[in-house]
Design a protein around this ligand. Structure first.
Ligand SMILES: [Zn+2]
Length: 428
């Protein structure tokens, strides 16, 4: 029986959301947290976009050195041979690509204005797949944008052509959130049966169903005999009403009535990192987590009414489907209410030393296991501390808000990578 894999697209769909964005260091932290969670792939950015090049290459270096392992890092581009060539020129070590083109009559007509037929679209896409193959891409996904408004026959033709040219997965994009769980189940099942290749489900929340349509689509792919891949974003941040939320999707797969023990993840997800990644993304995007957000919202485990409070105190399972500790909740959070020293783009050495000492004190008493990816910070000399501080200043210029502890630790641990992430060179 097929399995479900998570492909998180926060660093692609999430960052292309209107009014929102992430610094390259913040994108890197998202990749690190996704890797810690056990997410199969991060769609980490745009290989044809010049200001992404250093970030993408730095993250691929982290893959090579084992820091970003085993997560796959995949780039998103338009399905044209030209974009494939540009990608390999700007980011030569890119290994995983998703090639995207619109397939619905509405978009082919509405975007190309009569300049492209459906056959042209298929040709353009297979040329792109061929180009990616010739550059030895390790995996190629082909995306049908607006698939939910595309004729099934054309989708089958399109996906079959992609498969015959060596694509590994077909991404069914419910770009406008038009599907419901019943329609997407039927369509994806028919695609899986007729095309016989793994199907990726990309859903949006314009009708409030992104998680529901995602898992229904995955069920369709598995019932049709294929593995399923679900696209998620942290906190559901994405174009317009957003994408399927990562934590909610994993909860739906692992805890819901019809999925538990039947439709399973191909790779276990460590939900205990949920609290950390959700709160980091919230801070980095500057978007609060809704109070009623599944799993990580402030009210997800709050009870007030007499009957509920009494019931949950007697046995939490009376009113809670899963335990808060599973999501990494329950630890007290310290909020500074007095004097605070923050990192900043005009910061100096004594403030920086104070910050690092505070982190050191915090992680000082911890065991190796508790420390995880964190390092003890000790600078060889004043010169080295000054060098790290300089990078911290630059990181602050990009983030325009104080860095979190994990970001400071990252810069201290990987200064050369940080330098690359912070290098933007528009004048070439
Ligand atoms: Zn999208």
């Amino acid at each position: 029986m097929g399995k479900i894999y998570i492909v998180d697209v926060t660093n692609r769909d999430g960052v292309q959301t209107a009014k929102l964005g992430l610094s390259k260091l913040e994108k890197t932290m998202i990749n690190i947290y996704l890797n810690e969670m056990g997410v199969f792939q991060s769609e980490f950015g745009f290989p044809t976009t010049k200001h992404e090049s250093n970030y993408l290459q730095a993250n691929l270096e982290l893959t090579e050195t084992g820091v970003l392992q085993p997560i796959r890092l995949g780039g998103w581009i338009r399905a044209t041979a030209e974009d494939v060539e540009t990608s390999f020129k700007l980011v030569p070590k890119i290994k995983h690509l998703n090639l995207s083109v619109s397939t619905s009559d509405q978009m082919i007509q509405g975007k190309f204005q009569g300049r492209k037929t459906k056959d042209d679209i298929v040709q353009m896409m297979v040329d792109a797949v061929d180009a990616a193959r010739s550059h030895r891409a390790e995996s190629i996904g082909v995306n049908a944008e607006d698939a939910s408004r595309t004729d099934l026959d054309f989708l089958i033709k399109f996906a079959s052509a992609a498969k015959s040219h060596g694509a590994d997965r077909f991404r069914y994009c419910d770009t406008l959130g038009y599907d419901d769980p019943f329609t997407i189940y039927e369509t994806v099942k028919a695609l899986a049966k007729n095309v016989a290749m793994p199907i990726e489900i990309h859903c949006h929340g314009d009708l409030g169903m992104a998680v529901a349509t995602s898992i229904a689509g995955a069920k369709g792919s598995i019932d049709g005999g294929q593995d399923a891949y679900i696209n998620t974003t942290v906190n559901g941040i994405g174009e317009r009403a957003g994408n399927a939320d990562l934590v909610a999707t994993v909860l739906a797969i692992t805890k819901s009535k019809g999925f538990t023990k039947k439709y399973q993840l191909g790779k276990p997800i460590d939900l205990s990192k949920s609290w950390k990644i959700a709160n980091f993304a919230s801070y980095a995007f500057g978007v609060p987590i809704p109070i009623n957000q599944p799993g990580v919202g402030a009210n997800a485990f709050a009870h007030a009414s007499g009957i509920h409070a009494d019931g949950v105190l007697k046995d939490p399972q009376n009113y809670e489907l899963y335990d808060y500790a599973e999501l990494g909740r329950g630890e007290a959070v310290t909020v500074e209410t007095g004097r605070e020293i923050c990192s900043g783009e005009y910061g100096g050495i004594s403030g920086f030393r104070h910050l690092m000492k505070k982190i050191e004190e915090k992680i000082g008493g911890r065991t190796e296991e508790e420390l995880g990816d964190m390092v003890e910070i000790s600078f060889a000399n004043a010169e080295e501390a000054e060098k790290i501080l300089e990078l911290v200043r630059y990181a602050n210029v990009c983030a325009q808000k104080p860095l979190v502890e994990d970001e400071l630790l990252f810069i201290a641990k990987y200064p050369d990578i940080a330098r690359k992430l912070l290098t933007l060179t528009p004048l070439t």
